[in-house]
Design a protein around this ligand. Structure first.
Ligand code: NOJ
Length: 568
């Protein structure tokens, strides 16, 4: 395996609950992942990142961890994990696991001990307990709001039953935030890192990597209107907008929004400490930050040479399918990450956002985390949405750096809009009194076989979220071998990306002779010319061997919402 593999890797996100269910209980599991690693090898990815499979009451789909060093019985056992890891490595696939250091579950033994202990005790000091405001202490200690809606504080009853202190939870009330100024917390996470590194994992995706340190004194803060993302900017950002109110320009400004719980400078010494620890291990283990901060130069602080290896590029994810906006965000990304010697990453979908086969063609703004459902407006037809998504993916996979894919996007899965209310499980749905739909629509279990029960997700059991009929036509086996399918487009793009070493290349924007259309974007990366048409009129393509097209050409011309790769 090449050195600094993470600089160019294509990393495929597995959401274990929804990937494949081997034991037939309706919930995906580790054995299901092992059984399908051959499919991922065939797809042509370099690594997988697994969302949490640890012991958890599953109030936030496993991002509420009760035991960081064990597997939840829903997903299997540590032996199942070891078997999965060994099989992945045998197939040349690296494995990154999720680390959730900002908060634990309220069922974590430390939090249970904190509840049983007295105010001011060492047990309470591992979390952020405070007295309430007001004469009776019945007002929260400050005005912070939870990312999932509602107050970020919950009051407990003390051991004698009287109303007591409050604890901070930036997310659900079942996810108490740790106090990262406490050395005991730091030491515990070093132990957790070593536990998984010793087992052989290739790295960690660090959840809420911008949230662990809070400003001294926990001052009041009111976020700008239209928040709702995992922190930092919310939704599609920027000033310019089209007629439907969807912004066209990514937000590339110089200032963060100043929240006293996001992006505090103190987080960086934690990552320097972890980097030193990882570097003790052979085999280039990596750290990848989930840091929803603006703007990109601020994100780049997470990947300075002695900190993490990668940070997710959410500015790219939030960029609409628009040539000018894409060019701006690609330039800003390469410049910001390049300035600290890090690769840029690229991503279009994950388990927290509306799938890009739907999102990129929405005509109404949809802030991140709000999700889609029966009341939503501006929804695209499936064919139009997936056409644009294929073009966007073909554009992304030609960019230099490392790309993240989210399970199911290689099948062209759209967001599932019509989930019944009673099926929804995202805490956002409940904490906003069902006003925001939340993220269930991108988490529906995958279709593997068109004709099997539950589309091959699991032979028995009821999938934890219902699968739509469309899954029959989009199942992996129905697409395999069909050159027009989204699956074969992804396979071809990943093969060509590797053959032409695009991940390690250099991007150079170029103009096309005779094309004067602001919707068209063209760049060279090594010996490949990439042309993306974000508009609606077909444009002439330059001569050359067509390596890849995200959709059919129109008598040799490139139609709207289509990307082509040409040997240059
Ligand atoms: C970010 C994760 O991606 C999301 O799914 C989770 O709800 C929050 N962090 C809280 O852990």
């Amino acid at each position: 395996m090449t050195s600094e593999w993470w600089r160019t890797a294509t990393i495929y996100q597995i959401y274990p609950r929804s990937f494949a269910d081997a034991n037939g209980d309706g919930m995906g599991d580790l054995a299901g992942i092992t059984a399908h690693l051959a499919d991922l090898q065939e797809l042509g990815i370099d690594a997988i990142w697994l969302s949490p499979f640890y012991t958890s009451p599953q109030r936030d789909a496993g991002y509420d961890v009760a035991d960081y060093c064990d597997v939840d019985p829903l997903f299997g056992t540590l032996a199942d994990f070891d078997a999965m890891l060994a099989e992945a490595h045998a197939r040349g696939i690296r494995v990154i696991v999720d680390l959730v250091p900002n908060h634990s579950s309220d069922e974590h033994e430390w939090f249970q001990a904190a509840l049983a202990a007295a105010p001011g005790s060492a047990e309470r000091a591992r979390y952020l307990f405070r007295d309430g405001r007001g004469p009776a202490g019945d007002e929260p200690p400050n005005n912070w709001e939870s990312v999932f809606g509602g107050p970020a504080w919950t009051r407990i009853a003390e051991a004698d039953g009287t109303p007591g202190q409050w604890y901070l939870h930036l997310f659900d009330s079942s996810q108490p935030d740790f106090d990262w100024t406490n050395e005991e917390v730091r030491e515990e996470f070093r132990r957790i890192l070593r536990f998984w590194l010793d087992r052989g994992v290739d790295g960690f995706r660090v959840d809420v990597a911008h949230g662990m340190i809070k400003a001294d004194g926990l001052p009041d803060y009111t976020p700008p209107a239209e928040g709702g993302s995992m922190g930092g900017a919310g939704g599609v950002a920027g000033d310019a907008g089209d007629a439907a109110g969807v912004a066209l320009e990514p937000e590339i400004s110089d200032e963060g929004d100043g929240a006293p719980y996001w992006g505090q400078d103190g987080v960086h010494e934690i990552y320097r400490d972890w980097r030193t620890l990882l570097d003790e291990y052979a085999g280039e283990r990596i750290l990848a930050a989930e840091a929803w901060v603006d703007p990109l130069p601020r994100v780049a602080k997470w990947v300075r040479p002695d900190e993490m290896h990668q940070a997710f590029n959410f500015a790219y994810l939030e960029t609409p399918w628009n040539a000018a906006a894409l060019r701006t965000v690609v330039d800003a990304s390469l410049e910001a990450f390049g300035a600290v010697g890090a690769p840029s990453t690229w991503v279009l979908s994950n388990h927290d956002v509306v799938r890009h086969a739907t999102r990129l063609a929405l005509t109404e703004a949809n802030p991140q985390g709000h999700g889609l459902g029966a009341r939503s407006k501006g929804l695209p037809e499936y064919a139009a949405g997936v056409r644009r998504a294929r073009a966007a993916t073909a554009f992304m996979l030609a960019l230099p750096g490392s790309s993240y894919l989210y399970q199911g996007e290689e099948l062209g899965l759209p967001e599932v809009i019509d989930l019944p209310d009673e099926a929804r499980q995202d805490p956002t749905w409940f904490r906003t009194d069902r006003e925001r739909y939340g993220r269930d629509g991108c988490r529906v279990p995958l279709p593997w076989n068109a004709d099997a029960a539950n589309y091959g997700f699991g032979e028995t059991g009821t999938p934890w979220l219902p699968q739509p009929e469309l899954w029959g036509t989009l199942a992996r086996d129905a697409q395999r071998g069909d050159p027009d399918s989204t699956l074969e487009l992804y396979r071809a793009a990943l093969r060509l990306r590797r053959e032409h070493a695009l991940g390690a290349g250099r991007l150079e924007w170029t103009e096309l002779d005779g094309v004067d259309d602001p919707s068209v974007l063209a760049f060279r990366n090594g010996d490949v010319l990439v042309v993306a048409n974000t508009g609606s009129d077909a444009v002439a393509l330059p001569a050359g061997e067509l390596l890849l097209a995200s959709g059919p050409l129109d008598a040799g011309a490139l139609p709207g919402d289509t990307t082509a790769w040409i040997a240059a």
